[in-house]
Design a protein around this ligand. Sequence first.
Ligand code: CNA
Length: 253
Amino acid sequence: MNKDTEKLKELIDGARRIVFFGGAGVSTESGIPDFRSEKGLYEAKQEYGRSPEEMISHSFFAREPDVFFRYYKENLIYQDARPNAAHIGLAGIGCAGKDIKIVTQNIDGLHQLAGSEAVYELHGSVLRNYCLKCGRRYDLDYILDPANCAKEGSGTAWVPWCVACGGMVRPDVVLYEEGLDGGTVTAATDAIVRADLLIVGGTSLVVYPAAGFLNYFHGESLVLINMSETSVDSRADLVIRRPIGEVFSELGY
Ligand code: CNA
């Protein structure tokens, strides 16, 4: 086992309450691109001529729902993606009897698919959708089915519509310019405040308010697992600059 992985294993084994705080880099090894890596969505062909932040902002969604949904379905949905060694290892730490909570900026549902139980999704989930008019809930398959997107006279092909009331169905995902869910924020910050070990992985830590959650941590050890440098590297007790899936498969939980 690599020296830094050995050190991480010691910290995990000695911790009483662990929080893993993660971002898009946790899922790149599952084939889901992040935003800021070389192969991330920022570098992907800019056929829309706008940044990912603008494309998935509240104002763009309100202004051009059809283009929004096209971009969203083409770039943010990966139905065949499966949990990688990082998701599986984190779930394994829980199975080994450790108190571990996951605070994620990801919207892909892969932590739950891997078996993690306490998962706080700061930015919602692509798996959940709801009608803006009557609140009826829909799954991902519903919004991807073209039959649910055709509406006479609407002139759109990508926007899903509610079968009950005809209202527009939207993803339960926090768009840029929208606030985070209060209950999720409270649960996530409580977990961080109580943790003695905080492992941060696969996040550039530039998206706020999520990145600011790290300031709630006053526990014993802070570990960072990220391919590129972040603003909190200097505060960390251990920095590992390797693919996170590789690190977790070495840990062997
Ligand atoms: P980001 O800004 O794209 O940063 C990702 C970070 O992960 C970068 O610093 C990379 O160097 C690092 N990284 C990439 N691959 C690995 C790897 N295998 N091992 C270790 N580090 C790696 O993404 P953030 O999560 O920080 O930004 C927050 C946004 C991105 C959130 O709002 C997410 O909802 C959004 N997003 C989510 C997904 C998803 O759900 N999988 C995908 C794309 C974007």
